[in-house]
Design a protein around this ligand. Structure first.
Ligand SMILES: [Zn+2]
Length: 266
């Protein structure tokens, strides 16, 4: 390994031992955003020093977790793992044809207590730093807008971060990520747990087409509910309930329609 140094000019470097080699030929095509969350066994430490507590955890060999970057509440950024190395932030999950997200991604942890802490808003200074960092990474790595993802997108059954209060719209208007204005919530037909048939298959196909790891079964099962909930957290955050109402279905349609044209493979 080369002497550790930051990949960008926006931060300091504090090396985490929790890292490995990327597999040979691995292509870095995904940027994954997280919140640090709240560890139940570290509440008092967290309250005293949320950034320090999260950082100590990410560089603790016993934790066996890490990320490439961490962004503090005040916007300070630290890099913990060189981008060409494999950090341990994603765990089990998938997106499109990638089933080993750590190998193909760069991970950013954003200090926030998350759902366990009542989903506090992300301070403006922190989001500005996230935007600067993301723009820098995406430009240097040529990462497609639609591959800037939430941890919950790649692991809907296990993860909820960075949560429905994360300002994806603000990032989008600053040039980060793929996003469309969510369609307003109205009354009407809804698909939910226990439903089955063609309309459920179509919903599942659309979620899979966007990238979610889901089987097309025609049955609105627990996995489908979790996937719809993950979709809502990212793209229709006004109501996160795992029920595919008209607004959810229409937002998914418009998101797919707004994707850059996929060139057929020659
Ligand atoms: Zn996460």
């Amino acid at each position: 390994m080369n002497a550790p140094s930051a990949d960008t000019t926006v931060c300091e470097f504090v090396m985490s031992p929790n890292q490995g080699e990327r597999p040979q030929g691995a292509c870095i095509d995904t940027l994954l955003l997280h919140y640090t969350g709240l560890r139940e066994d570290a509440l008092s430490a967290w309250n005293a020093d949320p950034f320090g507590e999260a950082l100590r955890w990410l560089i603790n060999p016993k934790a066996e977790v890490s990320s490439h970057y961490i962004v503090d509440l005040d916007g300070r950024v630290f890099q913990l793992v060189a981008e060409d190395r494999r950090a341990w932030h994603a765990g089990r999950g998938s997106w499109k044809d990638c089933a080993d997200i750590n190998s193909c991604s760069i991970g950013i942890e954003i200090v926030n207590t998350g759902h366990a802490g009542g989903l506090p808003p992300y301070p403006r200074a922190q989001i500005e730093s996230v935007i600067t960092l993301c723009n820098d990474i995406v430009a240097r790595r040529g990462i497609a807008a639609e591959r800037v993802l939430a941890h919950s997108d790649i692991a809907p059954a296990r993860k909820a971060d960075p949560g429905e209060h994360f300002p994806w719209e603000v990032l989008f208007h600053a040039g980060v990520g793929h996003w469309v204005k969510p369609v307003e919530i109205t009354d009407g037909a809804r698909l939910m747990l226990g439903d089955s048939g063609e309309t459920v298959s179509r919903l599942q196909q659309q979620l899979v087409r966007y990238g979610y790891g889901l089987s097309v079964t025609g049955a609105y099962d627990e996995a489908t509910l979790q996937c719809v909930r993950a979709f809502q957290r990212h793209f229709r955050p006004m109501q996160v309930d795992g029920i595919a109402d008209i607004s959810t279905l229409a937002t998914l349609e418009s998101l797919l329609a707004a994707l850059p044209e996929q060139k057929p493979i020659a």
